[in-house]
Design a protein around this ligand. Structure first.
Ligand code: ZN
Ligand code: ZN
Length: 632
């Protein structure tokens, strides 16, 4: 049997020019890190890295031996000389473990230079590998603390990467002869998405969510209690996006012994940290039980290995993952798994939008190969109105409320709908379709919006271009951030009409519920739903006609609050594909899968969609939770 690590080392040593002076070769997660004393020799023979990567089919990163790194002081001076002043560098931080510097700048393009020439210059002259981070227009607590934690725990992270690297590159004991998929959560329901993919050699978990509407843990968490499921034996976890029904239980894995990696995009990593922290804060305030603490959230961050769209990455001896844009929320991904050198290919769509939105480009539909497609079915039987129609309806509803001096409460997910609706309202006001009234933004929306501005390359052409021009498309003088809870009463009591965007999007807690309680009695006010309401949530109940809420008075007495405000629901803003888009995705996806497995939809919708998809000629499955299916 060949030793994979030995083979990699020998190949690199034989291909690398000897002047490079290799000092060590390490496995760092899915990447191979080559430490050299003479980085110039590597850069000079420009295609040597490509050649190595092609030969060993791995991503290679060149690091410098600590002995050739300049001091912090010298490095800062050199960078000041190399980088033009207009780049507006905000900070330079040193990661001594990895030999990297994190440069935070308002204008990344000016630091990177043409074809990356300035980055190469920095590496050559200082011995430090530059890592560029875009500074947001407004500082965000989340990004600052993510960066701080990553830098402070760099050594811990390197150890994680090394052990992950050795696990990925272990010599396989078994040849991959089968692939099995087990439905742990999110099948014939919306919420707690979790899919186990197993081969003879490896186990990978796709998403690890919780169900926001479930009353008991047995329905709220994926079924990790299955007899043959063992958290510690997982090779990897891949997370499609930062909504809690896909990532909300990631920290739980670490509480129960998981020490492996979480693969996701950088944007999802940042948003996920924010969402998980917020979940814990709200749970504490509202006395709800969450089966982990902030310690495990931090561990989730430290074990996350960020991937770019389109980057092919080994995550187990016989499994490669590639992420593709899903068009659902910032950083959302479709997951492509290539298993056993051609044995089988799986695409999991996650939540996806097969249509351009104001915020994001349309989901990807081109894959290298796919035999099994696991597709979401949220709107499996529903046709949503076109987006421009939805926009017109929102504008006209809000306008009527404002003209009668009422207030419009729009519960939104902090991530996705919040920004989309903001863009629609800003556009409406700019075009004079809507009077200029204050738009109050409450909950984490503002923080999340700032995170969007850090990843313009992931956003729609229009928004991206505006950020590249140095504008902030999410800002206007009438957008007002609600800083403290005590401000809410004054906003509701004021005579001025207003629009209020508040989390949570399904009235499961947080400011939107507080506003609703304060606004419910006044029939001039309106509650406008713009997103999907999961069964069991207060949002769904009100949408379905419930007009009372049970609350507690400040004295602790139970009170039944009659809902008199108007309730509207505007379909069409959803970040999910509707029936038409799901079917058109199936028509366009290339290559055509043999088999379609439906997930993430209420039972009746999944079953109805299954019938249609079967008639299109696909083999279709609608597994129940705890079902397993052999796909190869
Ligand atoms: Zn989602
Ligand atoms: Zn979802």
């Amino acid at each position: 049997m060949i030793n994979v690590y030995e083979y990699i080392k020998n190949t690199i040593v034989s291909l690398m020019p000897s002047e490079a002076q290799i000092t060590k070769i390490e496995l760092e997660g899915p990447e191979i890190a080559v430490y050299v004393k003479n980085v110039e020799a590597v850069i000079k023979s420009s295609d040597v890295i490509k050649k190595i990567a092609k030969t060993i089919k791995k991503r290679v990163v060149i690091r410098t031996d600590p002995s050739v790194r300049k001091s912090e002081k010298q490095t800062r001076e050199i960078i000041t000389k190399i980088i033009p002043k207009e780049a507006d560098i905000r900070s330079i931080e040193f990661d001594h473990t990895l030999g990297e510097i994190v440069i935070k700048t308002a204008k990344p393009g000016l630091v990177i230079g043409k074809g990356g020439n300035l980055l190469r210059k920095i590496l050559l002259e200082t011995g430090w590998r530059p890592n560029i981070v875009r500074a947001p227009p407004k500082e965000t607590k989340t990004l600052t603390s993510v960066l701080q934690v990553l830098l402070a725990k760099s050594e811990y992270r390197l150890n994680v990467l090394r052990s992950v690297g050795h696990r990925i590159h272990r010599s396989p004991l078994f040849k991959s002869t089968y692939v099995r998929i087990t439905a742990l959560g999110g099948f014939r329901e919306v919420g707690r998405t979790a899919i186990l993919v197993e081969t003879a050699e490896s186990k990978v978990l796709l998403d690890v969510g919780l169900n926001p509407g479930a009353a008991s843990p047995i329905n709220a968490y994926p079924r990790f209690d299955l007899a043959d499921f063992d958290i510690t034996s997982l090779d990897a976890v891949v997370i499609t996006h930062a909504h809690l029904d896909h990532c909300g239980l990631a920290p739980y894995l670490f509480k129960y012994g998981y020490e492996g990696p979480i693969y996701t995009t950088k944007a999802t990593r940042d948003l996920m940290v924010l969402m998980l922290q917020d979940l814990l804060e709200i749970a504490e305030r509202e006395n709800k039980y969450i089966p982990y603490s902030i310690r495990e959230v931090r561990k989730t961050l430290l074990h996350t290995i960020p991937l770019n769209y389109g980057e092919v990455t080994d995550i187990a001896p016989d499994i490669r993952v590639t992420l593709y844009n899903a068009g659902h929320i910032l950083g959302s991904a479709m997951v492509h798994l290539h298993i056993g050198e051609g044995l089988h290919n799986i695409v999991f769509t996650g939540d996806f939008k097969y249509c351009r939105t104001r915020l994001l480009p349309r989901a990807n539909d081109r894959f290298p190969r796919v035999e099994t497609l696991i597709m979401e079915s949220t709107y499996g039987t529903d046709y949503l109105p076109p987006r421009d129609e939805a926009e017109r309806e929102l504008i006209s509803k809000v306008k009527k409320i404002i003209e009668k001096k009422g207030k419009a409460l729009i519960p939104v997910f902090a991530v996705g709908r919040g920004q989309e609706v903001m863009l629609v309202l800003i556009n409406g006001i700019n075009k004079g379709l809507l009077p200029k009234v204050p738009i109050y933004v409450d909950g984490m929306i503002d923080e999340v919006t700032s995170i969007h501005a850090v990843y313009p390359e992931l956003l729609s052409e229009e928004v991206k271009e505006s950020i590249y021009r140095g504008e902030n498309p999410f800002e206007a003088e009438y957008i007002k951030k609600v800083e403290h809870r005590d401000e809410r009463r004054a906003i509701v009591d004021s005579d001025e009409p207003a629009i209020i965007l508040a989390t949570s999007g399904m009235l499961t807690g947080g400011p939107s519920v507080e506003y609703l309680k304060m606004m419910a009695r006044d029939e001039e006010n309106a509650l406008i739903f713009v997103s999907y309401q999961v069964e069991g949530t207060l949002g769904r109940k009100i949408k379905d006609g419930q007009r009372e809420i049970v609350t507690f008075t400040p004295e602790g007495k139970i009170e039944v609050l009659k809902i008199k405000l108007k309730v509207f629901s505007i379909e069409g803003f959803s970040g999910h594909s509707d029936r038409r888009q799901l079917l058109s995705f199936l028509n366009n996806i290339s290559p055509k899968p043999e088999r379609v497995i439906l997930i993430h939809g209420e039972e009746s919708k999944v079953l109805a969609l299954a019938n249609t998809v079967r008639r299109m000629g696909f083999e279709v499955h609608a597994p129940r939770i705890m079902d397993s299916l052999r796909v190869a």
